[in-house]
Design a binder for this molecule. Structure first.
Ligand SMILES: O=C(O)CCC(=O)C(=O)O
Ligand SMILES: [Fe+2]
Length: 230
């Protein structure tokens, strides 16, 4: 066990665990090389849609403009009203890359032993929409529910770059009780089961914490993979 007297930079142990019923955190899940490959792939797609209606952008919400940039794959998360669409102004949404499908299948298989409600989805999950969120160090995401998917299938969420504080709340409202889980580069969190519709958000990014070699110098990328239809 690390103590106060350990060398600076020594990390506290972070076991894989079920944070709340149906919510599994797998720290250091993806190796740095694979993180960098995913960032490269996402960057390539973002460049390919720049200047189109599907360009990575900060969506305008009822509550104001988001500080997070979002790129939609598979299906586009549209606002006003909130819904998923397969094209915008006749331009089709770029497909979800094979690497993301592979990641989703591996994630569920790895989480299965820690949560029976997640285990139920292993082998039958369909990755239909993936959102690539980019957080500059000042960005935050307010407490919200992921509620535009008809399916109760879990949301698979991978973090790359700077550490983000993931706030997992309750299913009733945006207030306490909540638990804050720091998500480091390479961490995976899967939320489903009883907490599939729990409020959650990202109140803070810890600037300059991205590890060398993750593919991102500044800020944080979060990739969420979702099954939309029943
Ligand atoms: O960035 C995160 O960890 C959470 C993202 C999120 O909640 C979302 O995309 O709906
Ligand atoms: Fe969310």
């Amino acid at each position: 066990m690390p103590t106060l007297f350990d060398a600076p930079g020594a990390r506290f142990p972070r076991p894989s665990r079920e944070v709340a019923s149906g919510v599994v955190h797998l720290p250091d899940w993806l190796p740095l090389g694979e993180q960098a490959a995913l960032v490269g792939e996402a960057r390539g797609i973002a460049r390919s849609v720049a200047g189109t209606p599907l360009a990575m952008t900060r969506p305008q919400l009822r509550s104001g403009q988001m500080s997070v940039h979002i790129l939609s794959l598979g299906q586009h998360w549209a606002t006003n009203p909130y819904r998923y669409v397969t094209s915008v102004d006749g331009v089709p949404v770029p497909p979800i890359p094979a690497s993301f499908h592979d990641l989703a299948a591996r994630a569920l298989a790895d989480a299965a032993s820690l949560s029976p409600s997640l285990a139920a989805w292993s082998g039958k999950y369909r990755a239909e929409a993936a959102l690539v969120n980019y957080y500059a160090p000042e960005s935050t995401m307010g407490m919200h529910q992921d509620a535009n998917e008809l399916s109760e299938a879990p949301v698979i969420s991978l973090s790359i770059g700077d550490t983000g504080i993931f706030r997992l709340g309750n299913t009733e409202n945006r207030n306490r009780p909540w638990v804050d889980v720091p998500l480091l580069s390479g961490d995976l969190i899967i939320f489903g089961g009883e907490h599939r519709r729990a409020f959650h958000g990202v109140p803070r990014i810890e600037a300059d914490t991205a590890p060398e070699g993750c593919g991102l110098d500044r800020g944080r990328i979060n990739i969420t993979i979702r099954q939309v239809a029943l």
